[in-house]
Design a binder for this molecule. Structure first.
Ligand code: ROI
Length: 165
């Protein structure tokens, strides 16, 4: 069985564009994950405590034969290969890969919530998501487009288009 998923990528330490690019290639090389579509890279002002460097964010669509928990573990392995340290909640990070949506599923487990619990309020997720999936709806029927009516997109800017997937 194959699931369609949307993943959010973010980085604000070191060379964030390089981290996202190499995360994309790690995802492409994963035998159980197929990259279907990807947004451009966006710059975004950091949401979180203190002063942090701006983020680079992107959203991708993948197909996978992995169930949600194994997918999460595969993504965490890629994060760890990029030196991700999970010390500070909402602190700066070299690479973050979040499962935003997994098919039309709703999952509420301690370490896995889908849709991503803060998806609806984060312009740095909604803007790239809308770019690659303009008609997408959450499992509860809310459209991504309508969520964008409620958030400011002032702190999110498109950086570049990249060819191909
Ligand atoms: N802020 C932005 N702009 N982009 C992110 O990806 C991001 N990720 C996070 C926190 C620290 C909450 N802030 C962010 O985890």
């Amino acid at each position: 069985m194959t699931a369609t998923c949307y993943l959010g990528l973010g980085s604000n330490l070191g060379d964030p564009v390089a981290h996202l690019t190499s995360a994309l290639s790690a995802l492409e090389q994963h035998p159980a994950i197929r990259l279907i579509n990807r947004s451009p890279f966006y710059g975004s002002k950091a949401i979180g405590p203190g002063t942090q460097p701006d983020f680079i964010n992107a959203v991708i669509e993948v197909q996978t034969t992995l169930a949600p928990a194994p997918l999460l573990h595969a993504l965490q392995a890629i994060e760890n290969q990029h030196g991700r340290e999970r010390r500070l909640r909402w602190g700066a990070r070299t690479l973050d890969i979040d499962i935003l949506l997994y098919d039309n599923q709703t999952i509420s487990e301690p370490d896995l919530q889908i849709p991503h619990p803060r998806l609806s309020e984060r312009a740095f997720v909604l803007v790239p998501l809308q770019k690659i999936a303009p008609d997408l709806q959450l499992p509860n029927g809310t459209s991504v487009a309508s969520l964008l009516d409620y958030v400011s997109t002032d702190d999110v800017w498109m950086l570049q288009f990249q060819d191909g997937v």
